[in-house]
Design a protein. Structure first.
Length: 335
C-alpha cells in the first residue's frame, strides 16, 4: 500500500480509539501505533480515520495522549506480526488479529478521566451505548480544541516498531457474498456508506450544494462540522451535522442513512431523533437508494429532506473505499 501524504483536503477530525487491554494500550503508546481487528468493524474504522486526523486512546474511562495520524497501512499476515497478541472475544468465540494500522506522531501527553466536562460529547455516547462496544468514537472540534491544551507537549517520536519486510493490501468492499474474504474484502454495509457520505460532506462545496438544494439558508458550510454516529436515548443517529462553534444556540441536523429503499419506519425513526434534539433541529435528512411512496408523501410534513445516493462503483465486484467515496453523488428528491 503506498504511503499517504498529510496533505489532507479536509479539516482534521478527532477520534477516541477504544483499546481492549492494558497491555495493548502500553504497546500502542510505546510504538505510536493503533491497530484495529480483522473483522468488518476494523475495516470500517480504517476507512473512517484519515492521515492528518487526530486521535487519543480510550481505556478504563480515561483518554490517553493526543496523536496525529502520519500513515495508514493494512498488513497481510497480521497474526504473525507484532506488537499485539491475537484477541478472542468471549461473546462470539472469534479470534482476531490487527491488520489495520495507524502510525502516530505524539503531540501531547495526558491521562484524563472522561468525567471532565470537556469530554461530555464522547462520555454521553459511551453512557447511552452502555459501554464501549465500538472501535472508535468521533469527537467534535470543541473537544479537539480542549485536548490541544491538556497535559504537556510530547518530546520526539515514539519508539519505531520493526517488523521487517511485509506485504500490505488495500481494503475492498462488495455486495457479493461469494467475494467476501475478510480482512481484505468485507461486505458493503451501512457504516461504509455512512463514512463515504461523511467524507463527501466534509467538502464545503459538496455541503453547500446539498443545503442549497433544500433552499436551506442562513448558515455557511464552513461554520458546520459533520460527525459520525451520535447516541441519543431514542437510538443512534448515523451522522450529525452541527455547528462547529455554537454561540448561544447550536444547530443540529440528524442524517439517517439506508443502503436500500427507505421505509416509513425509517422516517419515524428520524423524526424521533429530531424530537429528541428539540428546537435546535429545524430539519432532518434521510439518505437512501430509493424511497417508499409513503415516505415521499409524508416527508414534508415531518420536516425531513429526502436525498438519493448513487455510486459509480460496481459493488458486485470489489471496489476500494476511495473508489466508493470518489464515485458518490447525492441528489435531493423534490427540492
Amino acid at each position: 500500500m503506498p504511503t499517504e501524504s498529510l496533505g489532507a483536503t479536509h479539516r482534521p477530525s478527532y477520534f477516541l480509539i477504544s483499546v481492549s487491554t492494558r497491555e495493548n494500550l502500553e504497546l500502542c503508546i510505546k510504538h505510536g501505533l493503533a491497530g484495529f481487528p480483522s473483522g468488518e468493524s476494523g475495516a470500517w474504522t480504517f476507512c473512517e480515520i484519515q492521515n492528518g486526523d487526530f486521535v487519543s486512546f480510550l481505556y478504563g474511562a480515561r483518554a490517553h495522549n493526543l496523536y496525529q495520524v502520519t500513515n495508514r497501512e493494512a498488513v497481510r499476515g497480521a497474526e504473525l506480526l507484532p506488537p499485539w497478541k491475537l484477541l478472542t472475544f468471549r461473546e462470539t468465540g472469534r479470534t482476531y488479529s490487527f491488520p489495520f494500522r495507524l502510525h502516530l506522531q505524539p503531540i501531547r501527553l495526558f491521562n484524563e478521566l472522561l468525567v471532565r466536562a470537556e469530554f461530555a460529547y464522547v462520555a454521553e455516547n459511551l453512557l447511552l451505548r452502555g459501554g464501549y462496544s465500538k472501535t472508535h468514537f468521533q469527537a467534535d472540534q470543541t473537544i479537539l480544541q480542549s485536548v490541544s491544551e491538556m497535559g504537556a507537549l510530547a518530546q520526539g517520536a515514539a519508539m519505531p516498531l520493526s517488523i521487517g519486510e511485509h506485504a500490505t493490501f488495500i481494503p475492498r468492499f462488495t455486495r457479493s457474498k461469494q467475494l467476501v474474504k475478510t480482512p481484505e474484502v468485507s461486505r458493503f454495509k451501512e457504516p461504509i456508506l455512512q463514512s463515504a457520505i461523511r467524507r463527501h460532506l466534509m467538502s464545503e462545496d459538496n455541503l453547500q450544494a446539498l443545503l442549497s438544494s433544500f433552499s436551506f439558508e442562513g448558515i455557511r458550510p464552513r461554520e458546520l462540522e459533520i460527525l459520525g454516529e451520535k447516541a441519543l436515548p431514542e437510538g443512534h443517529i448515523d451522522l450529525l451535522l452541527k455547528q462547529r462553534v455554537p454561540l448561544g444556540s447550536g444547530l443540529k441536523i440528524p442524517i439517517e442513512v439506508k443502503t436500500k429503499k427507505a421505509q416509513p419506519k425509517d422516517l419515524d425513526q428520524l423524526r424521533g431523533y429530531m424530537d429528541e434534539l428539540r428546537g435546535e433541529c429545524p430539519i432532518g435528512i434521510l439518505i437512501a437508494g430509493d424511497f417508499n411512496r409513503q415516505v415521499i408523501g409524508n416527508a414534508k410534513d415531518a420536516k425531513i429532506k429526502l436525498v438519493t445516493y448513487e455510486l459509480n462503483s460496481d459493488l458486485t465486484k470489489t471496489p476500494t473505499f476511495e473508489e466508493i467515496h470518489n464515485g458518490l453523488t447525492l441528489k435531493a428528491v423534490g427540492g
